[in-house]
Design a protein around this ligand. Structure first.
Ligand code: MGD
Ligand code: MGD
Ligand code: SF4
Ligand code: MO
Length: 726
């Protein structure tokens, strides 16, 4: 029998490239699979980067194959049956509820869930268990974009599409290293830029990244000065009269207050605060002024900030002032980090959200969802649940007694790691559901549940341009691994909610979920697994499902300039720059920032096992400007110690003009399983944006110490060959 190729989607970044799995015979004759880009996929048109191309290489290594349990963290794990594992989870939830109350339970999920996993978890936690303590790692990633869109435009949802990459005449990239982190989006933009010399590309990033290297103008701003920069551009546009008066009058609120704020951002003040030249600022404003269609792209340099929401809104302000939204080639476009952080937002996967872009704070939203779930009125709590950092604090105080972590590795990715480790060490019961073992987080868990992963389960993922693709499974889960949604549903059944979790396939789950999107901004009632298989990827919102049949097509949002607010007008934000939560000072004189490398994915559970990628990025490093290096007597390759008020880490120095003086950078990928003492998050702090509650992972104040040659040998970060589990 011949097996056709199976269409699926890349499980790494939010570009959401289409992949095809092709059956093939391996060298020893056994059947296997190989991966290639799906030319028919509208978002990626057959392209893939190194991560997508090598994804199959890491699926079989270091997997968690069966449930493992231990009474205390000091003990070693022993295998238990699924039946016993699920009973333990259900019993522990019941006991916790009875003794400590509903809100003593917390669940921490991930933008690497499929939409079905997210949805079943929301129904279980926010519906059946009656606590909103479900948060996801998107809190560390996209939550500032979510709150910025909601406050400015009335609803979440990136308004642009990837075709805009080829239609823009000015691409403004701020706080995003698109070339390394969203490579296929960057490829599309770069081709357009190269073919059309009049098209401008501006990159605002403290580092000279490969993205910045391709730009016409690189604004190497000081970390945390984005609002100064954006208001500085606004000031000049206003001064030059580059303002769409008709758009502002008919479609917005709050321009006068914004105009008043802009008066405080004259070029000389802004340039000085940002650490750039006045001429550079003027050039950036000029490119905006000359453009008929400006497209802004942003990611973590903007979102991961104690003023993340204000940064997002300040960027959207520029688009509202110039009317650059809802038209081809223009608009504010957040690049989603994880492959399904978008689906997570649709399914309500943060502690203040409910499915269908609803909010736990709105009574009519709660009632609609309670009724749909066939739960008593008042079952969903009106209180915003704990963010993941609130949960860490809850472990410290004893308010959280049961913690369930899935598809994320917080013992690498949360800020202030030493504090996180101590808090997790105190957790009475931690369940950890992951595909791999060991990970840094498995060291802090009592019960490990083996999760089936990409290629072994079928479900939906939504990419940055609102395109939903079916990620089809094509091989059996390894060992006893099970899909996340099935595990949540099974626990729900054991807790007495048999009828609520009677799904037999993920297609059933999806069919139920999409009903909750009816007439919502993320309307996708027309999408089913069947349709995705037959017709390929689908974008939302879909006109066919709207009550208004005259509704414009869904490729771009707000083409009619009616925004998702009560009166249809967008809101300017009158926002001043506050700067970093922990600015440098004489004791901690450097700003430490951090980020990603092209080949590695986060905490390396997959990419750390791929030889080609390991060779590409053999070790962690600290980028430091030659001026700072000279002052400290540091030469390339010297081991330096970086200390913050919370912890320290050591890295070989990489002396480079690619980083702004006064700022140092290290990659985030090396947790304690991969190198000794090179964890960036031992340095970072958890202070967050008051609106989005997203922590300022991108900046903290540090000292940089040149470790003498003698000590260097002693403390050089020993690289680990990954431990093989089974
Ligand atoms: N290769 C690879 N690709 C990935 C991922 C991965 O792990 N590896 N992860 C995915 C995920 S989940 C995400 S969220 C995205 C992240 O994608 P990006 O946001 O592009 O990645 P980062 O490297 O974290 O940060 C981007 C840039 O922000 C800059 N920056 C730091 N502070 C500031 C500031 O104050 N202002 C400005 N303007 N810039 C600043 C940094 O110098 C850095 O170059 O990537 C996705 N894609
Ligand atoms: N300092 C600093 N810290 C950061 C960031 C930063 O820029 N700087 N970025 C933040 C951001 S934007 C993000 S998104 C996070 C990412 O941080 P994490 O989410 O902690 O990183 P990952 O390595 O992607 O972890 C995903 C886990 O899910 C597992 N997994 C894969 N597929 C499945 C599946 O189908 N089911 C289950 N159950 N498990 C699966 C993998 O084995 C892995 O352990 O890091 C955040 N932390
Ligand atoms: S760009 Fe992102 S989605 Fe596309 S292949 Fe690379 S990692 Fe996968
Ligand atoms: Mo992310």
């Amino acid at each position: 029998m011949t097996v056709d190729c199976i269409k699926t989607v890349c499980p790494y970044c939010g570009v959401g490239c289409g992949l095809e799995a092709m059956p093939t015979a391996q060298r020893d004759g056994t059947p296997g699979w190989k991966i290639r880009g799906d030319r028919a996929h509208p978002s990626s048109q057959g392209m893939v980067c190194i991560k997508g191309a090598t994804v199959l290489d890491a699926i079989h290594q270091n997997r968690l194959l069966q449930p493992l349990y231990r009474e205390t963290l000091e003990q070693t794990f022993h295998p238990i049956s699924w039946d016993e594992a699920l009973d333990r989870v259900a019993t522990s939830i019941q006991t916790t509820q009875q003794v400590f109350g509903k809100d003593a339970i917390a669940v921490y999920g991930s933008g690497q869930f499929q939409t079905e996993d997210y949805y079943v978890a929301q129904k279980l936690v926010k519906g059946c268990l009656g606590t909103n303590n479900f948060d996801a790692n998107s809190r560390l990633c996209m939550s500032s974009a979510v709150s910025g869109y909601i406050q400015s435009l009335g609803a979440d949802g990136p308004p642009c599409c990837y075709d805009d990459l080829e239609l823009t005449d000015c691409a403004f990239l701020i706080g995003t290293n698109t070339a390394e982190c969203h490579p296929i989006i960057f490829n599309r933009l770069r081709k357009h830029h190269k073919a059309n010399p009049q098209v401008k590309m501006i990159v605002a990033d403290p580092r000279r990244t490969p993205t910045a290297g391709a730009a016409d103008l690189h604004l190497a701003l000081r970390p945390g000065t984005d609002i100064d920069l954006l208001n500085g551009i606004g000031h000049l546009l206003l001064q030059w009269g580059v303002v769409d008066d008709a758009f502002i009058q008919q479609h917005t609120h709050g321009f006068e207050d914004y105009r008043a704020v802009l008066q405080h951002y004259p070029p000389d003040v802004v340039a000085q605060r940002c650490g750039i030249e006045v001429a550079e600022l003027e050039t950036a404003a000029l490119y905006w002024a000359e453009s008929q269609a400006t497209l802004s792209l942003w990611s973590m340099g903007v979102n991961q900030s104690s003023e993340g929401t204000a940064k997002v809104r300040s960027l959207i302000n520029l688009h509202l002032m110039t009317g650059m939204i809802g038209k081809p080639g223009a608009g504010p476009f957040s690049l989603t980090g994880q492959p399904n952080a978008m689906g997570g937002r649709e399914a309500g996967g943060l502690s203040h959200l409910l499915p269908g872009y609803r909010s736990v704070k709105q009574a009519e939203h709660r009632h609609a969802v309670e009724a749909f779930w066939n739960l008593p009125a008042g079952q969903i709590s009106p209180h915003v649940g704990r963010t993941i950092w609130d949960t860490i604090e809850g472990l410290e105080t004893g308010d959280i007694q049961f913690l369930w972590i899935a598809a994320t590795n917080p013992v690498v990715s949360l800020p202030d790691l030493e504090r996180v480790k101590v808090a997790l060490g105190r957790s009475p019961f931690t369940v950890y559901q992951d595909a791999y073992y060991p990970t840094e987080t498995s060291s802090y868990a009592h019960l490990l549940l083996p999760a089936a992963q990409w290629s072994e389960k079928t479900g939906c993922m939504t990419n940055s341009e609102r395109v939903v693709t079916l990620s089809q499974g094509f091989q059996e889960p390894l060992g006893e691994a099970r899909p996340d949604w099935e595990i949540f549903a099974e626990v729900g059944r054991r807790l007495g909610f048999a009828e609520h979790f009677s799904f037999s396939t993920s297609a059933d789950v999806f069919a139920e979920f999409v009903q909750l999107t009816r007439d919502r901004p993320c309307a996708m009632t027309h999408i089913t697994h069947e349709r995705l298989k037959a017709d390929g990827p689908q974008q939302w919102p879909a006109p066919a499902t709207r009550s208004d049949p005259e509704a414009p097509p869904s490729t771009r949002l707000y083409t009619d300039h009616r925004f998702a607010t009560a009166d249809g007008r967008a809101n300017f934000g009158a926002l001043h720059a506050r700067g970093l939560a922990e600015p440098p000072d004489p004791d901690f004189p450097f700003i430490f920032t951090n980020g990603r490398l092209y080949g590695h994915w986060h905490t390396q559970t997959r990419t750390g096992h791929i030889e080609k990628i390991r060779q590409m990025h053999p070790e962690p490093f600290l980028e430091i400007h030659p001026r700072d290096a000279a002052a400290l007597g540091i030469e390339g390759g010297d081991v330096v110690e970086v200390r913050s008020r919370r912890g320290s880490a050591q890295f070989p120095a990489k002396v480079t003009r690619g980083i702004a003086p006064g700022t140092v950078f290290a990659p985030m990928h090396w947790g304690f399983l991969w190198a000794d003492h090179a964890e960036v998050n031992s340095l970072t702090h958890p202070i967050d944006c008051p609106d989005s509650r997203q922590p300022e992972l991108k900046a903290c104040a540090v000292q940089v110490i040149n470790v003498s040659a003698a000590r260097a040998a002693e403390i050089a970060p020993a690289l680990h060959t990954p431990v093989t589990s089974q």
